[in-house]
Write a protein that binds this ligand. Structure first.
Ligand code: ASP
Length: 316
């Protein structure tokens, strides 16, 4: 009992333990990229403890998210997920977790624009030409995404709905394998975060057509891309945010430590530079506080639910 008492009081995080960040998408993709950079930036503020990534991918992030909801609430298993936290409740009839009640909210990490990209062999060289090509190839277009509720799924859903063109959707465990198939020509189009697409666009491995934000981006390799809104899809706007979570019931002092380490990481110049290079904007507002993070996610659930339902016929 005495030994147990000592262990129970041991300060978090213990040097001989590992903090695992569950990424609910495939390795090498945009969520994975953010998580790996964040793990590195949080290591120091967490006293040098090792922080590792566990890719529990599949079903639009619902598998990895469920894994964390069920994990021991001791601060050693965390979840990094994006806007899927707000879209899954509208897209799944039944989820094995409740976004509002099964998690401790640790803070928003960043906001990331998306890009509409195409296979390198697509004849269209700009958005105007893509529009024409889509019109000529109705019924034959394959659009990749990372599963129901993923950011790429949401963007594709809104895109098909805005065009009133139904595409054949192909689900992957993340956009890393989707982009591999896009480069190989197995699928035609993909909408994905700049954290994944910027290097492929720079290397001219894919064709880039537009950004999903309301304004053009300043990242040098993306600055000439038009917005979808200015290209005729009025009001089209999707920005992806990532947040960090722990299982519900994680002790308050552990939550406070993790939130403190996250806030320190978000001020780390190396982390900021890496993220900016990928078109992401590191969070520097109230949403880095757990209560504001939770409020924001709730507002996003309320915002996207009706939009997803309205676009429902394209929801797979
Ligand atoms: N974030 C990507 C998406 O939503 C998935 C991934 O990270 O692989 O499509």
């Amino acid at each position: 009992a005495a030994v147990f008492g000592v262990q129970a009081q041991q300060a978090f995080p213990s040097k001989d333990k590992t903090v695992t960040i569950v990424v609910p998408f495939a390795a090498g993709g945009p969520t994975d990229r953010v998580a790996r950079d964040l793990a590195e930036a949080m290591r120091k503020p967490l006293g040098g403890v090792s922080v590792v990534i566990d890719n529990a991918a599949g079903a639009g992030s619902s598998i990895g998210t469920a894994k964390v909801a069920r994990a021991n609430p001791d601060g050693y298993t965390l979840l990094l997920n994006h806007i899927a936290m707000a879209t899954m409740p509208a897209l799944y009839r039944k989820l094995p977790f409740n976004v509002s009640t099964d998690f401790e909210y640790l803070g928003i990490v960043n906001d990331v624009p998306m890009t509409l990209i195409g296979r390198p062999s697509l004849p269209a060289n700009n958005y105007q030409e893509l529009s024409t090509w889509i019109g000529q190839n109705k019924g034959k277009i394959n659009l990749g995404h990372a599963g129901l509720g993923a950011a790429s799924h949401l963007c594709g859903l809104l895109y098909q709905n805005a065009l009133k063109v139904e595409m054949t959707t192909v689900a992957y465990k993340g956009t890393a394998p989707a982009i591999t198939d896009l480069i190989g020509g197995q699928i035609d189009l993909l909408c994905d975060q700049t954290t994944n697409t910027t290097s492929q666009i720079e290397a001219k491995k894919v064709k880039a057509y537009a950004v999903t934000t309301d304004k053009r981006l300043s990242t040098p390799s993306l600055k000439d891309l038009p917005t979808l809104a200015e290209s005729g899809l009025k009001d089209f706007q999707v920005t992806i945010w990532h947040g960090l979570y722990a299982p519900k019931g994680t002790p308050a002092e552990v939550v406070a430590k993790l939130n403190g380490a996250l806030k320190a990481a978000l001020k780390d110049p190396d982390f900021i530079k890496k993220q900016e290079g990928l078109g992401a904007v590191v969070a520097a507002d109230q949403r880095v506080e757990p209560a504001e993070h939770k409020k924001f996610v709730q507002a996003e659930i309320n915002k996207w639910g009706p939009i997803i339902k309205a676009a429902g016929t394209y929801a797979d």
